[in-house]
Design a protein around this ligand. Structure first.
Ligand SMILES: Cc1ncc(C[n+]2csc(CCOP(=O)(O)OP(=O)(O)O)c2C)c(N)n1
Length: 417
């Protein structure tokens, strides 16, 4: 399989990440001996430690990978970090890039500067242990957890070309402000606003205590975030080489997804501008792009539609059961790439409701009966009634499967919804 990262890119990314990690560890622990040229002694270690290591390698990892996609896809990007004491990570990256020394020339790009970088961290007269106003380029102050996503969306509003990557700590995710702010995507206009890319950092802990989102199953997490309107991707593991490749591949996929939505929006607007006057265009509040339905989604719609029919049949005190094969047939008959799942309503009517109605009108359904719906071949549905108690099974004549499917020109079924 072709890899996203060449071996050179992988080596460089990993080297950058390890350098940022070293600079972060140095800030937390080292008072002196910044390049470890001398044998490490107790005197080189800070007497009172502040900050904690847990979140930093993750923040640095994401930082390095975002730099790669910014260059690879020519992106305009902002990085917001929410988790706890992530300060050393962000300061380390600003130093590694040279920005820190540009803003603070006394923290120079040499051994002396590095010593100053390490000693000033969380030290009287120095810098705080979280990202603060004095951190170059910062717009989001760490320290009080809960506002990473709100600030990320705030940055994206009215900035159509901006992608805001936002790391959320799994501990931070348990604060009230953060837990509610996932819904900010409802206020985003894909044409006039930028994009927020939330990255949930599931390192399992808020300092030393377990976090809920890291302890629930992938399935539950996936459903939760789909419910909020996001498309989750999982990047997980502990071997750096594999993680780099996974992260690079995932970020490329995500960037392509973002770009295709943006391009589609632009295309729709371009088409509209061609045929409609500006007065009309100005009255459009929002453009919503519907993605193609997957087979699983159509199966779920079959279930929903059948639920309605089941409810109706309860007035006759009968139940309906569909085999998986029958559902497959309905999916085949009821899905059209151009029309989505709209023909499904008609397929259910034609293949199930109509033959059933004839049967209900022509014969009495005994209370307690079960209507079995199965597939009788490539084209047909077979319906069998299993009477409540006393009667033999009765086969219902199948609907006319040769009848043409509803076309786009057909007026829509008023019962469609
Ligand atoms: C509103 C608020 N409550 C509590 C704290 C204290 N605090 C600082 S870091 C932290 C843990 C944060 O956990 P997480 O976001 O998972 O970050 P990580 O553990 O990865 O550093 C807590 C509770 C805080 N800074 N702000």
């Amino acid at each position: 399989m072709t890899k996203t990262l060449s071996s050179k890119e992988l080596t460089l990314l990993d080297a950058y990440w390890r350098a940022a990690n070293y600079l972060s560890v140095g800030q937390i622990y080292l008072y002196d001996n910044p390049l470890l040229k001398k044998q490490l002694t107790k005197e080189h270690i800070k007497p009172r430690l502040l900050g904690h290591w847990g979140t930093t390698p993750g923040l640095n990892f994401i930082y390095a990978h975002l730099n790669r996609v910014i260059k690879a896809h020519d992106l305009d990007m902002l990085y917001i970090t929410g988790p706890g004491h992530g300060g050393p990570g962000l300061v380390a990256n600003a130093y590694l890039e040279g920005t820190y020394s540009e803003v603070y020339p006394n923290v120079s790009q040499d051994e002396d500067g590095m010593k100053r970088l390490f000693t000033q961290f969380s030290f009287p007269g120095g810098i705080p242990s979280h990202v603060a106003p004095e951190t170059p380029g910062s717009i989001h102050e760490g320290g009080e957890l809960g506002y990473a996503i709100s600030h990320a969306y705030g940055a994206a509003f009215d900035n159509p070309d901006l992608v805001v990557a936002c790391v959320i700590g799994d501990g931070e995710a348990e604060t009230g402000p953060l837990a509610t702010s996932w819904h900010s995507n409802k206020f985003l206009n894909p044409v006039t606003d930028g994009v927020v890319l939330p990255i949930l950092h599931l390192n399992g802990y808020k300092i030393a205590n377990p976090c809920v989102l890291a302890r629930i199953s992938h399935e539950e997490l996936d459903h939760l975030f789909r419910g909020y309107g996001y498309t989750p991707h999982f990047v997980e593991g502990h071997e750096p080489e594999k993680m780099h490749e996974q992260m690079a591949t995932t970020l490329d996929t995500v960037v392509r997804e973002i770009q295709s939505v943006k391009e589609l929006e632009e295309l729709v607007l371009k088409e509209l501008r061609r045929d409609f006057s500006p007065e009309f265009i100005n009255r459009i509040d929002e453009t919503i792009v519907f993605h193609k339905l997957t087979k699983e989604e159509i199966l779920s719609i079959v279930e929903l539609m059948m639920r309605r029919l089941r409810e109706q049949m309860t007035t006759h005190e009968v139940t309906i059961e569909l085999t998986d094969e029958a559902k497959e047939l309905l999916v085949e008959k009821g899905y059209d790439p151009a029309m989505g799942a709209r023909p499904l309503r008609r397929a259910i009517q034609r293949h199930i409701e109509d033959p059933l109605a004839d049967f209900v009108l022509g014969a009495e359904l005994t209370p307690g009966s079960t209507i079995m719906v199965d597939r009788a071949g490539d084209e047909e549905v077979k319906i069998t009634i299993i009477p409540g108690e006393e009667r033999e099974p009765v086969a219902v004549p199948a609907g006319d499967a040769s009848e043409p499917e509803g076309s786009i020109d057909e007026p829509s079924d008023p019962s469609d919804d």
